[in-house]
Write a protein that binds this ligand. Sequence first.
Ligand SMILES: [Fe+2]
Length: 354
Amino acid sequence: MLTPRVFISLIKVMKLMNKRFQSVAKLLSMVVIGVASSVHAAEVVNVYSARHYDTDLEVYKNFETSTGIKINLIEAASDTLIERIVNEGKYSPADLLITVDAGRLYRAEDRDIFAPAGSELLDQRVPAHLRHPDGLWYGLSKRARVIIYRKEDGEPEALNTYLDLAKPEFEGQICVRSSSNIYNISLLASLVSHLGEEAAEDWTKSVVANFFRKPQGNDTANIRAVASGECRVSIVNSYYIARLIDNDDADGSAVGIIFPNQDSTGTHVNISGGGLLKHAPNRDNAIKLLEYLTEADAQSLYVKGNHEYPIVGDAEVVGVLQNLGSFKEDTINASALGENQATAVQIFDRAGWY
Ligand SMILES: [Fe+2]
């Protein structure tokens, strides 16, 4: 039976429960708001990168500090990352692909994974020949593909251009890495652009005839082969020489550098670069990162830390890289290197540069 006493007690219990319920509800709403705001605050950008340099980690850390945007980084070989992005399709978490060599950026472009960044700032900062005409990718740093010789033996006479490497006097004197390497593919692609396919093939055959040995090793191994006197000349990327010198490795200082084609088209340069991905979940942050990478601070870290040339004009070339000397660069559009990639590979095959 519901006596007045029991009734009053019941009311008290209900009031208490109601109070508790309100507290729980309040707490729950605070949690929900907290989660929602932390989701909002947890700004991220997901980067797939084929660059494996400590310098990049430093640059990314600086970006995180100055913007509060966290970078989630996945590193792998360029072709692996491109394949992964294609397979992930519209569910890909990747916002940005960063890789080395215009030839590889072209491969990514060819798989239709990029979207135009539409950044006026990037269009202003990155020279037109070092970015995609529609903003699908942008150069972030530069490297020169130079000819090297052993200083002790003196600079070879009449060796001023890539074409000079085809001269018969260099028979049995050239060491170089395989043609499967993108750096050589892009170099030959530039020659195809400048000279046409036929002349580029003649050059390739003559250079092959001058090989000291079958192509082998990476650029550093070929620097060492020249430094030791095994071969007289080689073709390598500039930053490998600077890196050896910076590490007080005697092989770096043992080789002299020729910046080819100074009286004509300029030395072949390639880029490392990045592009916004089509299904990027954090599009704005990806563009912010690309823009940050072209700022003076990031650019100078590329120079100091990785011995790459800056992509923007106002960044200073210092240290070892400065000591290598200045040069006139080939201003062929980096897109052309990709477009002539297949032709270059066929020429290498026909010429026997494997
Ligand atoms: Fe490299």
